[in-house]
Design a protein around this ligand. Structure first.
Ligand code: C2E
Ligand code: C2E
Ligand code: C2E
Length: 91
């Protein structure tokens, strides 16, 4: 890829997130709720998060960022385009 291409946005689908069983999604649900409260952003159907936050979540879930990214995409809570953010980082 070209160096001028901006990294893809990481966008969580907050409605889908409420539908994932909390034994899987609990840590992510709490993390997203914390960001919403820090921003005062309660009305969105989606939440854009930082690239750094995906790394933090990978530590929380004890997974590599790329495995966690695949999991979140398979739950339908993360945009598939986010794969590119992880690949760029590991390249
Ligand atoms: P902060 O990191 O000191 O950011 C202060 C303010 O700068 C933010 O207030 C926001 O208005 C702006 N800002 C910082 N980075 C960005 C950015 O990438 N995009 C945009 N559009 N604005 C940005 P805000 O939103 O009220 O957030 C308050 C504090 O909550 C932030 O202080 C930070 O500590 C935390 N926070 C908010 N969102 C996130 C997030 O997605 N991830 C993490 N790790 N912390 C967050
Ligand atoms: P986008 O990033 O593709 O976001 C599309 C729409 O998704 C936004 O429309 C908003 O309704 C929703 N959205 C995305 N992230 C969040 C979030 O963290 N919280 C909430 N509540 N909603 C979110 P909107 O607001 O009309 O923005 C249209 C476009 O304008 C955005 O497209 C983006 O390209 C730009 N934009 C909006 N706010 C910011 C910002 O703070 N920083 C930057 N750089 N661009 C922004
Ligand atoms: P965005 O607002 O379009 O910002 C895109 C990238 O520009 C950010 O990627 C970050 O690298 C840089 N950036 C923008 N504003 C600031 C700033 O005030 N301080 C610093 N240090 N960098 C800034 P990043 O961090 O991966 O964030 C991705 C998206 O997550 C942002 O897109 C925004 O939609 C959301 N976001 C991140 N942090 C905050 C925050 O503190 N408050 C709000 N409201 N949104 C945030």
């Amino acid at each position: 890829g070209g160096a001028a291409e901006p990294p893809p946005r990481l966008v969580l689908d907050l409605e889908r997130l409420t539908q994932v069983p909390s034994e899987k999604a609990g840590p992510l649900q709490r993390y997203a709720a914390t960001i919403q409260s820090q921003r005062g952003d309660y009305n969105g159907k989606v939440l854009s998060i930082r690239q750094d936050d995906l790394r933090t979540l990978a530590v929380i879930y004890d997974q590599s960022p790329s495995i966690l990214t695949e999991q979140l995409i398979s739950w339908g809570v993360l945009n598939p385009d986010a794969r590119r953010a992880v690949r760029e980082e590991e390249a």
